[in-house]
Design a binder for this molecule. Structure first.
Ligand SMILES: Cc1cc2nc3c(=O)[nH]c(=O)nc-3n(C[C@H](O)[C@H](O)[C@H](O)COP(=O)(O)O)c2cc1C
Length: 192
């Protein structure tokens, strides 16, 4: 039996350190990321479970300073562009629409991409690299300008990088607490 506890009294130390430490920052440092670490993070993304092991996720890496980075930034909602522009790496996450074996629609494609993104977020956190996923972008534009084929659709853009400590100091403690606010176990563990 799971004992329901008052979340207010729970400490953060009870989870995996990557879960404890992860949050979606807006204070990215443009410092470049080590290529081997980036590889490792995306290898971890590939180890997520998926329906029929289809692995419907694909990732396109768009590095800061390149022309395509400027084009991708332009597709983001202005409120996202403001902070995401500092991150050294933006990644477009796509899902494959159909099962490769049967050609049937894959109902679990975005679900599986989400699991993979969670894996990469936590693996990145192990290196103190933070991720901030975004749905706030012009999906039509990204699918046009960054198409990887008709079989695939872009679902998310993920900003990734180290934190700029000087910037994070400007976030008010109230805003930080609100950010971490979560539904209680009572709310998410249904009795019926
Ligand atoms: C699919 C998805 C889309 C999101 N879109 C945005 C976004 O467009 N802009 C933004 O600032 N945060 C976005 N977020 C981040 C969430 O707001 C954030 O994960 C949530 O508030 C919990 O905060 P935390 O990640 O810091 O724990 C998105 C997260 C996910 C998973």
């Amino acid at each position: 039996m799971i004992t329901l506890q008052n979340q207010e009294t729970e400490t953060q130390e009870k989870f995996l350190s990557a879960i404890n430490n992860r949050f979606s920052p807006r204070a990215f440092s443009p410092e470049e990321l080590d290529e081997n670490i980036v590889r490792n993070i995306f290898e971890a993304a590939g180890f997520a479970p998926s329906s029929y092991n289809e692995q419907p996720w694909r990732y396109r890496l768009v590095y800061r300073g390149l022309d395509e980075h400027t084009r991708l930034l332009a597709t983001l909602a202005p409120s996202n562009r403001e902070w995401a522009q500092n991150a050294p790496l933006l990644t477009i996450g796509y899902f494959k629409k159909t099962f490769t074996l049967t050609g049937e629609p894959n109902y679990y494609n975005m679900y599986d991409l989400g699991q993979s993104a969670a894996y990469l977020s936590l693996q990145a956190q192990e290196f103190n690299i933070y991720t901030h996923q975004m749905g706030g972008f012009n999906r039509r534009k990204v699918n046009e300008e960054f198409s990887i084929g008709d079989e695939f659709e872009a679902a998310v853009v993920i900003a990734m990088g180290k934190i700029d400590e000087a910037l994070i100091g400007t976030v008010s403690p109230v805003a930080v607490a609100a950010r971490r606010k979560r539904k209680s176990l009572e709310e998410i563990l249904l009795k019926k």
